[in-house]
Design a protein around this ligand. Structure first.
Ligand code: TXA
Ligand code: MG
Length: 351
């Protein structure tokens, strides 16, 4: 039976306490509430209730061996759900929590296997968004939350995206406007001898190394053969896939523009519609059916923030083929290209 999620709007500076208390009650009673964070919208359920986690998997259509991140809103709540907190993790927490950082630890007994996808480790994040924090506290302190999209679609960066995917399967959506960052948190695994990045995000490998010394990047993220699988179960799926075929064209600007225009013309002759992910610097140089400006090359924050929205918007148009420029920007380039490469099924052409 499908119901309609209640949608309540609020901002970080004007919280709706009455709605937050009700949202907390929904969570405590085993229901699901979608909420904004600084990275992407999350689909929250009580992390300590196995049935809530099962409901999350069902709502997203997500395989139940893909573990959920447990969100907290008080530093002192960490020790109840994990067994070992390495000194380096504390250093990182002091620097980046609350914020777009998820850390993986050995889990304690109270965290159900349903939440961790059967693993003995648990991923924990302390988000900086005030709406998220208040909701977590209202819901009892431990909220399991994957991104609030249907499995396989781009993560939601607005409440409207959440409504599109989950509006008829969950209890409430808190609309806090557009998120700040637009890409999911950086995940660092502390169950390894050397801290291991399982998913790049706003906090880059270089920033982590600056704070911790040696940090490694999961080889499974860089190599794409069948044997080298990413350690985070969720990173192995072809996520964020638009309906049309996406190809990344990489090289210097002039060559990229020429190559994409050439391909767009050929597509037109073949009766296929072309979409392009361009920057404000290049948009006017392209000729094709649909050109989306992701942002300026000078502002990587804008590119990160618009990536998922742009990928989603192509799904509402009938383009057959999409080309994108590459975005190896200084801080978030690894994260942006990781998501874009996954969306493209690693189809990249150098010119
Ligand atoms: O920014 C974010 O982290 C957002 C917001 C809502 O906080 N959440 C998010 O959750 O991106 P999700 O479920 O879409 O992605 C979680 C990723 C998956 O790739 C999952 O496999 C991995 O984290 N993960 C979770 N627990 C893990 C564990 N114990 N070991 C290895 N990977 C884990
Ligand atoms: Mg996700």
């Amino acid at each position: 039976m499908s119901k309609k999620a209640e949608i309540v709007a609020m901002t970080e500076s004007e919280l709706n306490q009455e709605a937050l208390i009700r949202a907390g009650e929904i969570l405590k009673n085993g229901g699901l509430v979608a909420f904004p964070t600084e990275t992407v919208y999350g689909l929250g359920g009580d992390a300590l209730n196995p049935e809530s986690s099962m409901k999350i998997y069902a709502a997203k259509g997500r395989p139940s061996d893909n573990p959920l991140i447990v969100h907290i809103a008080r530093m002192e709540d960490l020790k109840k759900i994990v067994k070992n907190i390495p000194a380096k993790a504390m250093v990182l927490a002091e620097k980046y929590w609350p914020g777009p950082l998820t850390m993986i630890f050995e889990k304690s007994e109270i965290v159900p296997m349903e939440t961790t996808g059967g693993l003995n480790s648990v991923a924990v994040r302390y988000p900086s968004d005030r709406i998220a924090q208040e909701l977590i506290l209202a819901g009892g302190g431990y909220v399991a939350a994957p991104s609030a999209n249907t499995s396989g679609r781009p993560s939601p960066t607005t409440a409207a995206h959440v409504e599109e995917d989950l509006g008829s399967t969950i209890d409430m959506i808190i609309d806090g406007g557009s998120v700040g960052i637009g890409l999911e948190s950086t995940i660092v695994d502390f169950t390894e001898e050397v801290p291991l990045v399982l998913r790049p995000g706003y906090i880059s490998l270089e920033m982590l190394q600056e704070t911790l010394g040696e940090v490694r990047m999961d080889r499974g993220l860089l190599i794409t053969d069948e044997k080298t699988r990413p350690k985070a179960p969720g990173m192995k799926y072809r996520h964020y896939a638009p309906k049309a075929d996406l190809t990344i064209i990489e090289g210097d600007e002039e060559c990229v523009v020429k190559e994409i225009n050439k391909r767009a013309e050929q597509n037109a002759r073949d009766g296929k519609k072309t979409g392009i992910i361009a920057t404000s610097e290049t948009a006017s140089l392209y000729h094709c059916d649909s050109i989306k400006v992701i942002g300026s090359r000078m502002e990587e924050e804008t590119i990160a923030k618009h990536l998922y929205e742009v990928l989603r918007s192509f799904d509402d148009e009938d383009v057959d083929v999409i080309y994108s420029e590459a975005f190896y920007t200084p801080q978030m380039g690894q994260a942006i290209m990781n998501r874009l490469l996954k969306a493209a099924g690693h189809h990249i052409i150098q010119v």
